[in-house]
Ligand binder design. Structure first.
Ligand SMILES: [Zn+2]
Length: 332
C-alpha cells in the first residue's frame, strides 16, 4: 500500500507518493502564488493527486489488485493554519490568505467518493510532529516536538494521540508570551516565544548586534556587503570562529530558548522534547547550554527523572518531513 503526503506552503505545495517504509517513490511540486484562490489551489492539488496515482499504474498492473484506489492507504494534507477536522475548514491561514475556507470538504468533492474517505488534513506543525513520532520510533507517553523556523511551531502527542485541543488549535508554542512588555507579535500579543527564540529571531538579534559600535568590528560582517546578507549559516560561522559579539548573541538566544522550553516542561513534564528545524544543524554550538539552563530552572529539577531534550531523529530534510508527516496524519 502507498500513501500520499501533501504539504501546502505559502509559495509551494510539495506532494509525494510514500511507500510503507516511508520512502518517497514519486514527488511533485506545485508553485502557489499569493493570489491563488482556494478553488484554484484545491483543483491543482486534486490534479496532482491523480497524477501521482496514475504513476502507480505500472505497479498496479503487476499486482493482483484490480483497482488503483486499493493501492492507496491514505492521503494527507498539511496546511499552515488551523485545520478544523469536524467541518473540513481551514479557519485561518495567514500566509495563504485563507479565512474560513471549506478546504477539505471541497477537495473531497473534487476527488470523488472513493478517495474522499481516505483523505485527511492537519495543521502542518502537527503533521511534522506525527511524522517524527512515527518514523523516529518513539514509544513514550508524552512527546513534544518544537520546530524552530521562521516562527516556532510544534505538536504534542500523548499516549499515541495528537493533542488538538477543543478547537484544533493546540500546541501554538510560538505564541506563549515570555514578556508582557516585550516586542509586538503578529498575533497581537507582546513578547511571544517565537519573537525571541525562532531561527529568524536569532538572525534579527545578530543584526542588532552588528549595528552597535562594537559590532562594527565583528566577524559577523565578514564576506557580506549589507546587513541583510546575514543568515543563520554565516552567523554560526562567526560563532565557530570565536567572534565575541556572535557568542554574546547566541548566549542571549539560548536564554530565551531555555525559558520557553522550561515553561513547556513545567506544564507538560514530557518524556521528551524533540527540537527540529534547519537551525538544529548547528545544535552542537548551543544545545548543551540550553539543556544546562533548563536543568537548573525547571520546577522538577529535584526529580530523578526529567525531560530529555533531543534533536529530531526521524527525517531531517524539511521537504521530506512535510510529505512524510502529512502522509501519516490518518494514523492519529
Ligand atoms: Zn504571538
Amino acid at each position: 500500500m502507498y500513501r500520499i503526503g501533501i504539504d501546502v506552503g505559502g509559495t509551494n505545495i510539495a506532494m509525494g507518493l510514500v511507500d510503507e517504509s516511508y520512502k518517497i517513490i514519486e514527488k511533485k511540486s506545485i508553485k502557489t502564488s499569493e493570489n491563488s484562490s482556494p478553488k484554484e489551489m484545491i483543483r491543482a492539488i486534486a490534479d496532482g493527486i491523480r497524477e501521482l496515482i496514475a504513476g502507480l499504474k505500472s505497479i498496479s498492473e503487476q499486482s493482483e489488485s484490480g483497482s488503483l484506489n486499493d493501492l492507496i492507504d491514505a492521503i494527507g494534507i498539511g496546511v499552515p493554519g488551523t485545520a478544523e477536522l469536524d467541518t473540513g475548514k481551514i479557519l485561518y491561514a495567514n500566509n495563504l490568505g485563507f479565512e474560513d475556507v471549506p478546504f477539505l470538504t471541497e477537495l473531497k468533492k473534487e476527488l470523488g467518493h472513493e478517495l474522499a474517505d481516505k483523505t485527511f488534513f492537519e495543521n502542518d506543525a502537527n503533521a511534522a510532529a506525527i511524522g517524527e513520532y512515527i518514523t523516529g520510533g518513539y514509544n513514550v507517553p508524552v512527546f513534544v516536538m518544537v520546530t524552530l523556523g521562521t516562527g516556532i511551531g510544534g505538536g504534542i502527542i500523548i499516549n499515541g494521540k495528537l493533542l488538538r485541543g477543543c478547537n484544533y488549535a493546540a500546541a501554538e508554542f510560538g505564541h506563549m508570551s515570555l514578556n508582557i512588555d516585550g516586542c509586538d507579535c503578529n498575533c497581537g500579543r507582546k513578547g511571544c516565544f517565537e519573537d525571541y527564540a525562532s531561527a529568524a529571531a536569532l538572525v534579527e538579534q545578530a543584526k542588532e548586534a552588528m549595528k552597535s559600535p562594537e559590532g562594527k568590528e565583528s566577524l559577523l560582517w565578514k564576506g557580506i556587503s549589507t546587513i541583510d546578507d546575514l543568515d543563520g549559516e554565516r552567523f554560526f560561522e562567526a560563532v565557530k570562529a570565536g567572534d565575541k559579539r556572535a557568542e554574546a548573541v547566541l548566549n542571549g538566544y539560548c536564554n530565551y530558548l531555555s525559558e520557553g522550553l522550561t515553561n513547556l516542561i513545567n506544564i507538560l513534564q514530557p518524556d521528551v522534547i524533540v527540537l527540529s528545524g534547519g537551525i538544529t544543524r548547528a545544535a552542537d554550538l548551543f544545545l548543551d547550554k540550553v539543556k544546562d539552563k533548563v536543568a537548573k530552572e525547571v520546577y522538577s529539577r529535584a526529580s530523578k527523572i526529567n525531560t530529555k531534550i533531543i534533536l529530531a531523529k526521524g527525517i531531517s530534510d524539511s521537504f521530506y518531513v512535510g510529505i512524510i508527516g502529512t502522509s501519516l496524519v490518518y494514523k492519529m
